[in-house]
Design a protein around this ligand. Structure first.
Ligand SMILES: NC(=O)c1ccc[n+]([C@@H]2O[C@H](COP(=O)([O-])OP(=O)(O)OC[C@H]3O[C@@H](n4cnc5c(N)ncnc54)[C@H](O)[C@@H]3O)[C@@H](O)[C@H]2O)c1
Length: 258
C-alpha cells in the first residue's frame, strides 16, 4: 500500500485479530486486554495454559472473541501449530505482538550456557520464527503489523544483563531488517523498548537496592506500568501508524538519553 489511508483518531482496532505471545502475564496481558478494549479479537499464546485462559475470559468479558493457546514458543513445531490453529479459528492474523521473554541475569564471566541459550532462544529466536510464520500469512493476506518487545537493554549496557541485552539488541536489528524486507507487502514492523516495568519479570530483575539505584538514574524518577507500554502498542497496531516502520520506541522516563 503506497497511499495514505484515513484512520480512526481513537486508534480503533475493530475487526482486527491480534496474536500476543506471553499474553498470560505482565506486559503481554496488558496489551491483549487493551487491544480487546480497542475492538480486536485476541489469540493469547502462553506456556502457562491457565494464565492464557484467564486472559481470554477477560477478553470475552469485553465482548470480543478470544482463543487461548498453550505453547512453548521456543519449539518451532509449536509455532506452526499455533499459527495454524489461530487462522483456523479466527480466520486471519492482522497483528502479531512478540512479547514472551525471560531475564536470566548473571555476571558475564559466570553466565552458564543454559542461561545464555534460554534467553536467546525465547527472546530472539522465538520472536523471529513467530514473525516468519505469521509474516508469511500476512504477505498472502496483503499486510499486517508486527510489534516486537525489546527493552532499554537493547540500547544501553546493564550490569549482569549480557544475554538479555544481546537478545534485545538482536530484536531491534531483526525489526529493522523485517521492516525493510516486508514494506512492499504493507507489513509494518516496530519495536518497543521499555525501562523497568512493574511486572513479575521486572520486579524480580530489579528487586531491592539495585532497583532503588536504578530509579535514581531515571529522570522521571519512577518505573513504568504495563498499560503505559500497551498504549504504545495500540498506536503501532492501528492505521494511524501506517507510515511507521523499523522504529524502536523507548518508554523509559528519559533513562537512555543521558
Ligand atoms: N518488565 C520489565 O521490566 C521489562 C522491561 C523491558 C522489556 N520487557 C520485555 O517485555 C516482555 C514481557 O515482559 P514481562 O515483564 O511482562 O514478563 P512476565 O514474566 O510478567 O510475562 C512473561 C510471559 O511470557 C510467558 N512465557 C515465558 N516463557 C514462554 C515460552 N517459552 N513460550 C510462551 N510463553 C512464555 C510467561 O508464562 C509469562 O506469562 C519480555 O520480552 C521482556 O523482556 C520487560
Amino acid at each position: 500500500m503506497r497511499e495514505f489511508k484515513p484512520f480512526d483518531e481513537n486508534f480503533s482496532l475493530a475487526g482486527r485479530v491480534a496474536l500476543v505471545t506471553g499474553a498470560g502475564a505482565g506486559i503481554g496481558e496488558a496489551i491483549a486486554l487493551m487491544f480487546a478494549r480497542k475492538g480486536a479479537d485476541i489469540i493469547a499464546v502462553d506456556i502457562n495454559a491457565d494464565a492464557a485462559g484467564a486472559v481470554v475470559d477477560k477478553v470475552k468479558g469485553y465482548g470480543k472473541k478470544g482463543l487461548a493457546l498453550a505453547a512453548d514458543i521456543t519449539d518451532n513445531a509449536k509455532i506452526a501449530e499455533v499459527v495454524e490453529k489461530s487462522v483456523k479459528e479466527l480466520g486471519k492474523i492482522d497483528i502479531l505482538v512478540n512479547c514472551a521473554g525471560v531475564a536470566l541475569l548473571e555476571d558475564a564471566e559466570k553466565i552458564s550456557a543454559d542461561f545464555w541459550n534460554r534467553t536467546i532462544n525465547l527472546n530472539l529466536s522465538a520472536s523471529f520464527f513467530m514473525s516468519q510464520a505469521v509474516g508469511n500469512r500476512m504477505i498472502k493476506q496483503g499486510g499486517g503489523k508486527i510489534i516486537n518487545m525489546a527493552s532499554q537493554a537493547a540500547v544501553i549496557a546493564l550490569d549482569r544483563h549480557v544475554a538479555y541485552n544481546s537478545s534485545k539488541a538482536g530484536i531491534v536489528a531483526m525489526t529493522q531488517v523485517l521492516a525493510c524486507e516486508w514494506a512492499e507487502f504493507d507489513i509494518q514492523v516496530n519495536a518497543i523498548s521499555p525501562t523497568v516495568i512493574l511486572t513479575e519479570l521486572g520486579k524480580k530483575a530489579w528487586a531491592g537496592e539495585v532497583g532503588e539505584a536504578m530509579k535514581k538514574k531515571i529522570p522521571a524518577g519512577r518505573f513504568g506500568y504495563p498499560e503505559e507500554v500497551a498504549a504504545m502498542a495500540v498506536y503501532l497496531a492501528s492505521d494511524a501508524a501506517n507510515l511507521v516502520t523499523g522504529a524502536n520506541f523507548v518508554i523509559d522516563g528519559g533513562y537512555t538519553i543521558q
